[in-house]
Design a protein around this ligand. Structure first.
Ligand code: UFG
Length: 342
């Protein structure tokens, strides 16, 4: 396997590179602008597989640089993670999200065409479904995003599906798989990689930062939702299981087809259940305050992962919160300032 990975210095991108290497990748071209990604994540990957990782600091929107790199490397496949990923930020800066997601994907698809690279796995999101009428969410649930992050990701999905349609008409071999992630948590089990966002807004690292004293308390956004304990329910998937879904997708990818799959465990946990799991991992109570609802948060998001299990043979190794929060806690204790490379 010779793969080009965009966003390789980010949270999910770096964990997926590690999984690709563990499952036989011979060469990884790791592309990242380092605007949000971490040079130290790339260094960790270089240490895991000396000589197999080439890092290129490029913004995917730089079509000329991407084309030149792809023509030189001729990777068999591309995994495209590079994007901005904060829902709240996307509401404040929609154009930045469209530029990065849609602009980046358009540039990448053109560079792939230039180089004759025909296989793409795309990092999409459950945010493309918006606030669905019914649970669980299948791939046929209508996609009605309710924020610019989700709308721009949906535009990328459409663009990629249209490329596959064009390939069918033109007899090219281009094919793609779109993976719609639910909530991702945890860190590499060997402690080599972790989660480091600035600002950090995700639930698990925010709770653990409160445990560490790096923030005064976890804010629980809303306790008056129509759920059993009043807090929001999400479907959490371990980052290592998500990474392995990408390798399964690469193996199952077929020319001239564009298939979409949900990646979640099919079970929801409430904010309070996540906080309890974090307290168990940490071994002491975590300071937490009830705060108002966060705008745009649906009460429940839970996947039906039947299609990815059936068609790709994927199944999550972790179906409980403990391994996710324990691995995250180990990494945070060992790296209290994250990658500390800013
Ligand atoms: N939450 C809190 N306090 C916090 C942080 C989060 O109570 O400090 C709650 C949120 O209100 C939500 C849940 O914890 O109910 C999970 O919130 P996250 O911010 O961790 O994740 P989201 O569900 O908002 O979003 C995640 C990804 C998105 C993706 C979405 C798809 O971050 O990129 O899942 O379901 F679009």
């Amino acid at each position: 396997m010779h793969c080009l990975v965009t966003g390789a210095a980010g949270y999910i991108g770096s964990h997926t590179v590690r999984e690709l290497l563990a499952r036989g990748a011979t060469r990884i071209v790791a592309v990242d602008s380092l605007e949000r990604g971490h040079r130290r994540a790339i260094e960790a990957l270089e240490r895991l597989a000396p000589g197999k990782v080439r890092f290129a600091r490029i913004d995917v929107r730089d079509r000329a640089a991407m084309s030149a790199l792809m023509r030189e490397e001729r990777p068999e496949s591309v995994l495209h993670f590079a994007a901005l990923t904060l829902v709240g930020e996307s509401v404040r800066q929609p154009a930045a999200y469209w530029s990065c997601s849609a602009g980046g994907t358009a540039s990448l698809l053109e560079a792939m065409r230039d180089a004759g690279t025909e296989r793409l796995v795309f990092s999409s999101t459950a945010a493309t479904y918006g606030i669905p009428q019914s649970m669980p969410i299948t791939e046929d649930t209508p996609q009605q995003p309710c924020n610019p992050y989700g709308s721009a990701k949906l535009a990328c999905e459409t663009m990629i599906a249209e490329e596959a349609e064009a390939a069918r008409r033109d007899g090219r071999a281009f094919g793609a798989i779109l993976l719609r992630y639910f909530n991702v948590a945890g860190c590499a089990s060997d402690g080599s990689l972790g989660e480091d966002h600035d600002p950090e807004t995700h639930l698990v690292p925010s709770a653990l930062q409160a445990a560490l004293g790096a923030r005064p308390a976890l804010e629980i956004f809303g306790t008056d939702y129509p759920t059993p304990d009043g807090t929001c329910i999400r479907d959490y998937v371990h980052v290592e299981d998500l990474a392995s879904a990408h390798v399964d997708a690469l193996r199952a990818l077929r020319p001239r087809e564009c298939r979409a799959f949900n990646v979640g465990i099919g079970h929801g946990f409430s904010v309070r259940e996540v906080l309890d799991a974090c307290e168990r991992a940490v071994g002491r109570p975590i300071p937490a305050n009830v705060a108002p609802r966060r705008e745009g948060d649906p009460p429940e998001l839970r996947s039906d992962p039947a299609r990815i299990m059936r068609e790709l043979g994927w199944s999550p190794r972790h179906r409980t919160l403990a391994p996710m929060v324990e691995s995250a806690w180990r990494w945070m204790q060992a790296n209290p300032r994250g990658y500390d490379d800013r």
